[in-house]
Design a protein around this ligand. Structure first.
Ligand code: MTE
Ligand code: MO
Length: 308
């Protein structure tokens, strides 16, 4: 995040292409009533306890103002510092990382600690697909179909105590198989993030296990990650092993490293520049087009009320 600034932000903005609601091929075919199993097959991605999960039914409430990002581009341009800070190399270094089986520990302001198995959650949570914009603080952006479930469903099941005001999440700590953790000991591993309880319960907030109609490849944060589309990407913590409910606002990884550059809330905001670059526009990673940044990344109707 520090070392590979995109040069693009320095050049004058390109004009945005006109907005148009995006429908992909499957949605169009569905609308016409002509989808068949042959077209919607799983292409060998689903297996084991999650068989039949993907592709999940798309939630039609979430439409895009831009085409979906090319899956191959999104899968080879990743921030996942546990493996490397070189975006183009994450997918290779994460390849052998073991993500199955996988448990999440729930602790803190709860009646008793509990362990959840990710396959079990996938089997019984209301899985859906959503097309979301995604915006990294480095000013690159993409639009992808995530599969997962709103975090609020899990929180309602957990029933945290009324003293729970924040939700803290942690990534794995495995320096033996995650070379970035071993070779960059100056970072405060494991990666940790947090939301207010209101943010965690918001309709937009998802725990995600899939992308592009199949399970998450490792570079995108398998087997389960957070997605908060109105916040900069670093809030979307990958490969979650722990969820803790706290009374006080927890510290966060990037805020700890550079408090003046990364604040707790980190809501996408075109008028507040990062100390080292403008946030007025963003670069779409597959086309290279620059488009204006939207307040709350375009999701103000869902979340603006949380911040007044
Ligand atoms: N555990 C962990 N989660 C993480 C990161 C990371 O380095 N480690 N990087 C974050 C940042 S800065 C971004 S932009 C997104 C990138 O998600 P993607 O690679 O799936 O596009 O993941 C976020 N989640
Ligand atoms: Mo990011």
């Amino acid at each position: 995040m520090f070392i590979r600034l995109n040069e693009g932000w320095k050049i004058p903005e390109q004009l945005a292409t006109p907005e148009a609601a995006y429908l992909n091929r499957r949605t169009v075919l569905k609308a016409l009533g002509i989808t068949g199993m042959g077209m919607m097959g799983n292409a060998g991605f689903a297996f084991g306890a999650t068989e039949g999960t993907y592709p999940a039914k798309r939630n039609p409430d979430f439409i895009l103002d831009r085409p979906l990002t090319d899956e191959k581009v999104a899968g080879k341009y990743n921030n996942f510092y546990e493996f490397t800070t070189v975006k183009e190399e994450v997918y290779q270094l994460a390849e052998k990382f073991e993500t199955h089986p996988w448990q999440i520990e729930v602790s803190g302001e709860v009646d008793k600690k509990k362990t959840y198995d990710v396959d079990d959650l996938i089997g019984r949570m209301p899985m859906e697909e959503r097309l979301y914009r995604f915006r990294c603080v480095e000013a690159w952006a993409m639009a992808v179909p995530w599969t997962g479930f709103p975090l609020k469903h899990l929180i309602k099941e957990i029933k945290p105590k009324s003293t729970a005001k924040f939700v803290r999440m942690l990534t794995f700590l495995r320096p033996d198989t995650a070379p970035g953790q071993k070779e960059q000991p100056w970072y405060p591993w494991p990666y940790y993030e947090a939301l207010t309880m209101e943010e965690a319960m918001n309709d937009l907030t998802m725990l995600v296990t899939g992308i592009y109609g199949h399970e998450l490849p490792k570079q995108h944060g398998a087997p389960i990650r957070l997605i908060t589309p109105w916040k900069y990407g670093y809030k979307s913590i990958k490969s979650i092993v722990s969820i803790e409910f706290t009374r006080k606002q927890p510290p966060t990884f990037w805020n700890k490293i550079a408090p003046l550059e990364y604040d707790f809330y980190s809501n996408v905001n075109p008028v507040i520049p990062h100390p080292r670059w403008s946030q007025a526009t963003e670069r779409l990673i597959d086309t290279g087009n620059r488009v204006p940044t939207k307040p709350f990344n375009g999701y103000g109707e869902y979340v603006a009320h949380l911040y007044v």
